[in-house]
Design a protein around this ligand. Sequence first.
Ligand code: GLC
Length: 656
Amino acid sequence: MPSTLLKPEVAERLRLAFDDDRDAETFFLRLDRYGPELLDSLRAVYRERADVLLERLLEIMLHAYHTRPADLKRLDEARLLSPDWLQSPRMVGYVAYADRFAGTLRGVQTHVDYLEGLGVTYLHLMPLLRPRDGENDGGYAVADYRSVRPDLGSLDDLSALARDLRSRGISLVLDLVLNHVAREHEWAERARAGEDQYRDYFHLFADRGLPDAYETTLPEVFPDFAPGNFTWDPEVGEGQDAEEGAGGWVWTTFNTYQWDLNWGNPDVLAEFVDIILNLANRGVEVFRLDAIAFIWKRLGTNSQNQPEVHHLTRALRAAARIVAPAVAFKAEAIVAPGDLIHYLGSGTHHGRVSDMAYHNSLMVQLWSSLASRDTRLMEEALRAFPPKPANTTWGLYVRCHDDIGWAISDTDAARVGISGPGHRHFLSDFYSGEFPGSFARGLVFQFNPATGDRRISGSAASLAGLETALEDGDEIQIELAVQRLLLLHTVILGFGGVPLLYMGDELALPNDSGYADTTEHAADNRWVHRPRMDWALAQEVQAHPDTPAGQVNAGLRCRIAVRKGLPHLHASIESSVIASPDPRVLLLRRDHPLGVLLEIYNFSEERVVLPAFLLRSHLGEDAHDALSGSALHLTRPTLTLTPYRAMWLTAAEVNA
Ligand code: GLC
């Protein structure tokens, strides 16, 4: 029975660590399945050090396997029986800061009913492991991966919450910050104390030679508040005496207090395998691989999307699959489509890297089409998107905790006859409210004079025009803003992937301009769209579904329910773009074994008349709109779409 991957003596030693034969068999079967992938990726990255590393990882994995709670082992079995669980239309995500949503982890537990009522099956709680004190990039500067932020609770609270969520069919999702740790993390402290073992966890340089060479091809993530990619640290020099100098340069892609890790060091990988498995044993089901694109550095490149990144992810995933197959990975790689697809696996890695990746491009195109009332660029971008492996899924979102960067490709723009830089300029003007007639109210984030980039912060409701319309008391604009919010959410619910509702958007919460009153947040206007949950409003919308927030809420609930009942939305199927007869309208087609689903989205505040014969060729003469529940006779010459109208059409006989 012992795995063919291992030397007989190693296999025998492992075998002895089991009291139970069936348990051992399960472990070895999984090792046979995922071990070769693991070893292959370790060898690709660490070469002659791979075999020793594998033995070390096996010890870690074995310990985690033995200590994995029985209910989680049961979940593992259940997931193995439904390997497509993340692709199911029943998946609906919700993203929230635990403190802003409910104060503490226990507080979150008291609101699980609310999430359940909304139809949520996937809860991403924003960074909650212990960060450094003071500024910490919203928790993305982790000082300890083995404890919870003290004001939120404890690891036991986390386990209890995960258990409760699990019992209601909700998966807990946490951030795994892999690219960097806080300057206050023990590894960084020990590096500063001169321990060579830990100095090797980071990228440290005695002088500007290499940093300058790297900088020539590196972009800047936060050009405004953290320019450059390296930070001088007075305590990190090799020589500890005054003559040699105690200072040095540290690679810090993000903020000066976030130290990039050296993944070329196998110790770093071993640490993270242990961290992942520990959290998995606490009940975390999905890991959001934060800033994963950046973890491998290479001179002469932008040090993003390097092939080693995918090998490392594949290795981490294989290790997780052996111990905790219930666990899935979501890549946070905000990169060009051609690069993004490798995070889900291409070539020999096909479908073996992350299980899910954010579809940043769709998010950008939604806002772009909303501003221009034109879907041609979105059509082009979606058409050019490489297909994903059939066993993977997208994380689909309208808004998240980050700013919106106008990731519009110049090539796509040129294909539809517009200028990339010109369109990006227009979008920044539009969403900062500077463009004449703009409905949006956002803020410019990280203006970069070198590239002209102006990213945008702002809540979905404020960017969609609700804040301005309410202030003006303009009933028509209020109604249109509500429809815009519903339209964008309907696309993410219908595209094929896990729709991720961002806390507060279900109540159309506007910008929180009070963010600047908090010292640690004042310099980072992304906090304008990280509001506190408004529980009074959450109550009120139930009683008053006719208010703007009530309409958004009721509309979302209804669409979520429809989504869950539509097998056509399984994420193994791609949405393909159908040439639209009208530039204001996006047409998507999904070919499911049960029949075709045709999705129609009007991105304008105008009524649009479509020729019905075009729809007939996809659906036949009689169709059914799952969103409105009504029948449609496509024998009529035209179909009229009201402003921002969305339809999900199936052929009528499917519903007979
Ligand atoms: C990710 C997070 C962002 C954070 C960065 C650094 O992009 O979404 O909020 O600033 O990583 O950790």
